[in-house]
Design a protein around this ligand. Structure first.
Ligand code: NAD
Length: 298
């Protein structure tokens, strides 16, 4: 069984690492926040003082970090993965980062014989806990086949999309669809409420029709409770949409709706809501319309 190094034990990384432990893998874990390392060590992982140390004890290294700069730092920086890795080590970056950054990092680690896959995920904290993430993978087929059983512990849908960076292109597509869906749901539910109709009833009425969506099912119950605890933070979704806009500009694709929703998210961040769940997009519309969409009952 392959030994795994796991770096980045946040909202997503911690439950993903726990599932690998439960499946019987030996895990060396690292995060810049030492309490997060201790919590995983209490569950049976080996604590590693650096990414280098985690990589030195592993055949496969998984990173689950916020964005491209953190992945570069943890992989290529001092005491990083590359210092501890050996030729043949497989690096699986499961963070959502810019596709171009994935390609550049892959190129740099390849000089030491390290093979990289980009393997971002969708499904959020609940699916990370259940081990039922959707995982979209880019990189060489042979490396993908080697780590497929490991990915299958964390996800129920594991898809090899293409070459390095294509996992993150798929993830950008995913993030555009999710952000625009939440905005559409928010716009519609604020309208319903201010027009004097219960948003909860509208939700019940439409969830079996063409407007049904995974977003509606995941976010509407939380919106009705006014629960915007993350989940997926608004500031991380800004990061993804900015990566989508950069990528789109580089290849020559206009993204009119994504840029509008990016500005909505920016407005919420400026209003102090950057750490709210992205379901909190509805607060932008509520403020514009001076209306609150909440559960009407007891
Ligand atoms: P998070 O902020 O909760 O976790 C990131 C972790 O990385 C933190 O524990 C932080 O201390 C650690 N870290 C930062 N820099 C580091 C470094 N240089 N070395 C070691 N550790 C470092 O974020 P998250 O919600 O777990 O998201 C992680 C990634 O997954 C992001 O790219 C995000 O976009 C993506 N993602 C998140 C969700 C979600 O619902 N939260 C869903 C799908 C994908």
């Amino acid at each position: 069984m392959k030994r795994i190094g796991f770096i980045g034990l946040g909202i997503m990384g911690a439950p993903m690492a726990r599932n690998l432990l439960k499946a019987g893998y030996a895990l060396a874990v690292h995060d810049i926040v030492s309490e997060k390392v201790r919590a995983l060590a209490d569950a049976g992982a080996q604590a590693a003082g650096s990414a280098r140390e985690a990589a030195a004890r592993s055949d496969v290294v998984i990173t689950m970090l916020p964005n491209s700069p953190e992945v570069r730092q943890a992989v290529l920086g001092p005491d990083g993965v590359l210092e501890g890795a050996r030729p043949g080590t497989i690096l699986v970056d499961m963070s959502s980062i810019a596709p171009l950054a994935s390609r550049r990092i892959a190129e740099e680690v390849s000089r030491k014989g390290v093979v990289m896959l980009d393997a971002p995920v969708s499904g959020g904290e609940p699916k990370a806990i259940e081990g039922k993430l959707a995982i979209m993978v880019g990189g060489p087929t042979e490396a993908f086949e080697q780590v497929r059983p490991i990915l299958a512990v964390m996800g129920s849908a594991v898809t090899h999309v293409g070459g390095i960076g294509s996992g993150n292109v798929a993830k950008l597509a995913n993030q555009i669809i999710v952000a625009l869906n939440i905005a559409a749901m928010s716009e519609a539910m604020v309208l319903a409420t201010k027009a004097g109709v219960s948003a909860e009833k509208v939700y019940q009425a439409i969830r079996g029709g063409l407007a049904a969506s995974a977003v509606l099912e995941a976010k509407m119950p939380l919106v009705l409770k006014g629960n915007f605890r993350p989940g997926f933070r608004i500031e991380l979704h800004i990061k993804d949409l900015l990566n989508a806009l950069d990528t789109a500009h580089a290849v020559g694709v206009p993204l009119p709706l994504s840029s509008a929703v990016t500005e909505i998210l920016q407005a919420l961040k400026i209003d102090g809501k950057g750490a709210d769940d992205h379901g909190g997009i509805i607060q932008f519309y509520e403020r514009l319309a001076r209306t609150e969409v909440r559960h009407a009952g007891p």
